[in-house]
Design a protein around this ligand. Structure first.
Ligand code: AMP
Ligand code: MG
Length: 517
């Protein structure tokens, strides 16, 4: 069973106040808060790999005490519940205190191998950080977080994980598009798991409040607990540590740009200090390639968080973290080196990811033009990103043909209009491949290892949601199974790699999402 060792509580100051009402919390990193029990919890799904990492077997997952704990209805020995104080820049502006408004920690589980995991219930009731909201989560957004965090993990993208998805038997009222149409929707609680849920905003709040002492303490704690392999002296190596954060963030962003993931709300409170994908809200996957696409309707007019801007936004967020850390630094200019490191690592990671996606031996300077032209063509011709790169592995370099990637078009008229352009691009690409001289089988294997066949397309998640809301969770299980092996062909699962169907093009939940969750 789970064993807990709650260092966050032990080593960092807590809020002396116990009242569970929205308020500003000063001089503390966390507030003790009880979860609010739900009427009729039911375990809808769980990720067995995450359970295994926590030394939980199938029988453990079936135990009523555990299910009750994963719903916020009971505590297991060693569990302690609390919420964290953090702040953040939202859509480019300092928003002050935010904090865990609907996430409640259960503590830090340590497995038999000594690995440490924070456990967090999302949607288990209000906390002092809930502001005007209810602390709950709806089933649809919980299914999206549960499935996508697991999908990302299996794609090789750093991410927080999900242990369980529990339906609550209670309704939660949401006005999905903030347009005066509130609906009572089924509620759920996800138990999410990560070595640390610490965000950039944790550091920003103490800096913004001028609480240098608490900021220093929090930095020291984070380095000790979350970066033990670094063996850094926080007093001397602040810039070195920041550079590591920049590097991890750069790697993360290169992954997002490789797989076609759009986070949707890259506020600094949604940026993980460990460089994990965190807080799955109105995220989406690129179907037809469009650099300016964002799934988040709240961001539709400014497109701050659209696909192509993500790497620049991550850097902007790192700058805000640097501003916070500068308060502690004897020579703040040293932090700038970390930002330059971000640029360099991101560029290198992006090039090596795309060299692999294109099946190139390595990246040549001129390949940037080849790729730019491809992106431009994919955009104009509305070519499906996932399907195109996956299909490309089958190209005959001696007789390149548009038909090889024919399944990637959404529209026949655009296919006809751009066929000649695509044929010319494929000929150029084939010439580049001949220069490399990799045997076809080797090249295809290299490409198929980085170009997924299966991603959690927006419409697939929505179909699973529609069925689950009608009481049928089967598609959640099917998707969970398929996303375990995103790079393998899975006969019989063709429907799950299919391009977005026409009905989903403008449907809420498939192409349009909001922060309302
Ligand atoms: P997000 O951008 O969705 O990660 O959320 C921003 C802030 O709003 C965080 O502090 C969340 O904890 C809080 N929040 C979002 N939804 C709720 C909710 N239903 N109840 C309480 N707090 C919420
Ligand atoms: Mg958040």
């Amino acid at each position: 069973m789970l064993r807990f060792d709650n260092r966050f509580l032990r080593e960092l100051p807590g809020d002396p106040e116990q009242i569970n009402e929205p308020r500003q919390v000063h001089g503390a990193c966390w507030s003790a808060v009880a979860t609010t029990p739900v009427a009729a919890p039911r375990l809808v799904a769980y990720a067995r790999e995450v359970a295994e990492a926590l030394d939980l077997g199938e029988q453990d997952m079936a135990r009523p005490e555990l299910v009750a704990a994963l719903a916020g209805n009971a505590l297991l020995p060693g569990m302690v519940t609390y919420a964290c104080c953090y702040g953040g820049h939202q859509f480019g502006h300092w928003a002050g205190q935010l904090g865990d408004g609907r996430a409640i920690f259960l503590g830090e589980a340590v497995n038999r191998a000594g690995q440490r995991f924070e456990l967090q219930l999302k949607g288990a009731g209000p906390t002092p950080y809930s502001r005007r909201a209810d602390g709950r989560a709806v089933l649809r957004s919980s299914i999206r977080e549960f499935l996508c965090s697991e999908a990302m993990h299996h794609l090789g993208v750093p991410t927080t994980r999900s242990l369980s998805l529990v339906s609550t038997g209670e309704k939660v009222v949401r006005d999905m598009f903030y347009d005066g149409h509130p609906v009572a929707e089924p509620g759920a609680v996800v138990c999410r798991v990560a070595p640390s849920f610490t965000r950039f905003g944790h550091f920003e709040i103490f800096a913004a409040r001028g609480d240098q002492q608490l900021l220093q303490r929090f930095v020291e704690f984070t380095i000790r607990r979350d970066f033990p392999e670094l063996d850094l002296d926080p007093a001397r190596d602040l810039a070195g540590w920041f550079s590591v954060i920049c590097e991890r963030t750069a790697r993360l962003l290169a992954h997002w740009m490789r797989v076609g993931f759009v986070h949707g709300v890259m506020n600094t409170d949604n940026m993980s200090i460990l460089g994990l994908t965190i807080d799955y809200g109105p995220y989406g996957w690129i179907d037809n390639f469009d650099p300016g696409w964002t799934p988040n309707t709240t961001d539709a007019s400014s497109r701050r968080y659209c696909f192509a801007r993500q790497p620049a936004i991550a850097r902007w967020n790192l700058e805000r973290l640097a501003d916070a850390l500068a308060v502690l630094s004897p020579s703040p200019a040293d932090l700038a080196a970390g930002l330059e490191h971000y640029d360099a690592v991101y560029a290198a990671e992006f090039c090596s990811a795309y060299a692999a996606k294109l099946g190139l031996r390595d990246w040549h300077h001129d390949d940037a033009d080849l790729l730019e032209d491809l992106f431009d063509l994919m955009h104009r011709a509305e070519i499906d990103m996932t399907d195109f790169f996956r299909s490309l592995a089958a190209l005959d370099v001696d007789r390149p043909a548009v038909e090889t990637v024919g399944s990637s078009f959404y529209r026949d008229d655009l296919r006809q209009r751009h066929a000649d352009d695509l044929a010319r691009w494929l000929a150029r690409y084939a010439a580049r491949l001949r220069l490399d001289g990799l045997p076809a089988g080797v090249r295809a294997a290299r490409m198929n290892a980085v170009n997924p066949r299966y991603v959690l397309r927006n419409y697939l998640a929505q179909q699973a949601i529609d069925a689950a809301e009608q009481g049928n969770p089967q598609m959640i299980h099917e998707l969970l199974e398929v996303i375990r092996h995103p790079y393998s062909e899975q006969p019989g699962r063709e429907a799950i790699s299919a391009r977005r169907p026409d009905w989903a093009r403008h449907r809420p939940g498939c192409s349009m999402l909001s922060c309302s969750s």
